[in-house]
Design a protein around this ligand. Structure first.
Ligand SMILES: Nc1ncnc2c1ncn2[C@@H]1O[C@H](COP(=O)(O)OP(=O)(O)O)[C@@H](O)[C@H]1O
Ligand SMILES: [Mg+2]
Length: 384
């Protein structure tokens, strides 16, 4: 007889699972409810920019909230319908637009129409199924950074007589600097919501609520949840916390244990890299990739940080090895600053005037180097 595994309902810990209840987000939920209820019944659009660090619950909040608002039925004259699009891998206006069209049952060939023609067709589609449309563009950074026209078009879209289009943009960073002035005006202070990172207590509560959904009863105790919360607290990242929980449960199952212990948690932690880096690595520019790889290789040797001058020399050598053209001092600095802003490196004033100390503590440097080499498509040691 096989006993019930500890990880009894694995799917409820999957990042795509929308939990039935969000803990510690009541206030944000209420704020959103008020704002949408003010605008939508009058037939007005309400646009929102939702920001917060990785794992701060942006996607969960948006999905939970749009489900609630749809379930609440009509706001004023029209029902509310949500179209959720993750823009991560569809970072172009046209591909997003094609998804929008599909949501009103129109499929167009992806060539031969301009973006604003496509928008017209979309609006016609809405007229056929009159509804207030909440368009949620998740992970919208790349789309917006490359100068999207779609945000402008959607926020300017005339009321389509049969409801309006409300746009919700979700990103880890503030997107306003990348928007044109006209679009920016749609995201004034009452059109922004920033989610603070979760603190330890909040993470413990989240872990508790999710563990009781996913794990066999009696297979975990509060100590273990608090241990995981402590590990994840520096980033306030609930995704990381839940990943550790799932892996710890798996480790316990593999060992045939009755319950999850601190040792399972430690093992689980060692096997995962914080998602803060994993997700960000995918978003790196070529410049950033190169500088970060030079840093990882330098730190792999020894030391917890390196002087920026030495890093620059090592980076120059790496570019040569890759057959890439040299990088100016200014670009090098700008790239370092970008990496700092993304939370991938830390810069500290060094002892000697101009030089700074550069560090990357997020994960073992050897591991980081391997990941980056895979992305660059280059084997270590300069072969090929
Ligand atoms: N308040 C919460 N209560 C329960 N689970 C949460 C809460 N906030 C986040 N989560 C869970 O944590 C994980 C990360 O949240 P997510 O919404 O994907 O973060 P983000 O989109 O900001 O990166 C998801 O599995 C999500 O379901
Ligand atoms: Mg998300």
């Amino acid at each position: 007889m096989t006993p019930t595994p500890i990880l009894a309902k694995e799917e409820t810990l999957d990042p795509s699972f929308v939990p039935p209840r969000l803990v510690r987000r009541d206030e944000e939920f209420a704020v959103l409810g008020r704002r949408y209820r003010e605008a939508l019944p009058k037939g007005l659009a309400y646009h929102l920019l939702l920001t917060g660090g990785i794992g701060s619950g942006k996607t969960a909040l948006a999905r939970r909230f749009s489900a609630e608002i749809e379930r609440a039925g009509r706001l004023g004259e029209f029902p509310v319908k949500t179209t959720y699009i993750n823009c991560w891998r569809r970072a172009s206006d046209r591909t997003v637009m094609l998804d929008l069209l599909r949501s009103v049952d129109v499929s167009l060939p992806d060539r031969g129409y301009s973006l604003s023609e496509m928008l017209d067709v979309y609006e016609q589609g809405i007229r056929r199924h009159p509804a207030h449309r909440l368009v949620v563009l998740d992970e919208a950074s790349a789309l917006v950074r490359q100068g999207t026209k779609l945000v402008y078009l959607l926020t300017r879209s005339r009321e389509v007589e049969l409801g309006a289009i409300s746009l919700m943009l979700i990103a880890a960073e503030d997107l306003l600097p990348y928007l044109d002035a006209a679009s920016r005006s749609s995201f004034g202070v009452t059109h922004r919501l920033a989610l603070a990172p979760y603190d330890r207590a909040a993470l413990t509560e989240i872990l508790e609520s999710r563990a009781s959904l996913a794990l066999r009863r009696g297979s975990f105790d509060r100590d273990v949840l608090e241990q995981i919360a402590r590990i994840a607290a520096p980033n306030g990242d609930a995704r990381f916390a839940l990943e550790i929980l799932a892996n710890a449960a798996r480790a316990a199952d593999d060992a045939g244990a009755e319950s999850i212990t601190a040792e399972h948690v430690r093992r689980a932690k060692g096997s995962i890299l914080p998602t803060v880096t994993e997700a960000q690595l995918e978003a790196l520019s070529t410049n950033e990739l190169g500088v970060l790889l030079a840093l990882a290789r330098t730190l792999k040797g020894k030391g917890s940080s390196v002087a920026s001058q030495r890093l620059r020399a090592n980076h120059a050598a790496l570019l040569e090895e890759l057959g890439a053209s040299a990088m100016s001092r200014t670009t090098f600095w700008r790239t370092l600053k970008e990496l700092e802003r993304d939370g991938l490196v830390t810069l500290e004033a060094g002892a000697t005037g101009e030089s700074s100390l550069v560090a990357a503590d997020e994960m073992p440097a050897s591991f980081l180097a391997t990941l980056l080499e895979e992305r660059i498509g280059q084997a270590p040691g300069g072969k090929g």
